[in-house]
Design a binder for this molecule. Sequence first.
Ligand SMILES: [Mn+2]
Length: 345
Amino acid sequence: MLSGNFDSFIQIIDSAEKIVLLPHIYADGDALGSCGALGTFLKASGHDVTVLIQEPVEDKLTFLPKIAGIEYILFDEEKYVADDARYDLAIAVDTSTPDRLGTREKVFHAAKIQARIDHHAAGGDFTENTLLDPAWAATAEGVWLLLTRMGFDCEESRPEALTEEVKRSVASCIYTALVTDTGCFAFSNVTAQTHRIAGRMLEIAGNMSFVYHHVFEVKSMAYTRLMKTVYNKLEFPAEGVASVALTQADFDEAGAGDSDAEGIANILRSIQGVHVGIFVKPDKVPGKYRVSLRSDDHCSVADVATVFGGGGHVCAAGCGFAARDDEAFSRKMAELIDAVKERLK
Ligand SMILES: [Mn+2]
């Protein structure tokens, strides 16, 4: 169900001249695509718009700055003084809690007015001016609905500066956001509306197959080297359970970072006959480990994670543990596997 109201959100935008768009930290395709689409449109409509990102755009998404009609500016903390209300309006995009803004939180609060467009059901009500619907597969779905209400797709009322090039740019950004947040239209969050919007984006932007190629097909060398180790270390400690535990040395040898390890627990879970995937990797703090758990309807991994002080959803959860030597590590792994076995139906 929709929280907030399009008309008042548009009023806030209309009355602002200088606007800053803030995607969440480690911005993904939805956060960057939504900001690209909204920013490109608002710029063409005559606003002074800045998209401020916390980290450089990740490799697989570097095509986005090329198709967006607006620049993504890397946040430089020293250049921004606290409480300097340089913006009339700050919009948090695809951001569920204010701490997901990183050090740009102060930019958000320093603006005269705060707003948020998002699709995360969980999270805080950190601003009154929120436009949020958990039924949107991506925040970009809401951005599209907002833009159409601002005259984007209507020949009579759309702003004059909205050239075909701007339209293509906006549509490419929205399409990218939809593709990434839905696992290429594979997840259960996809609705008929998601497909309708994606269809309209293709009508405007033309062939977009390069998005799938960059986001899902291309694998980095570091990831590929890490996956060699993952398959070498793959174990089936109980029926229906697959597990892999990597060490810091495994990451170092592969030249891999945290982002290369994303989705490994899902890969384990997708093996035929496996109901629970357990992926363990070292934490930044030496002697500590992070656990990703994925399951189907045979086991609630949220319950497993709770035992170890973590949490999450029934099918996707996480927790951590400390182990100062190999023996302690093996003991913790055995406890983890026992906790899974107890809950496996
Ligand atoms: Mn999203």
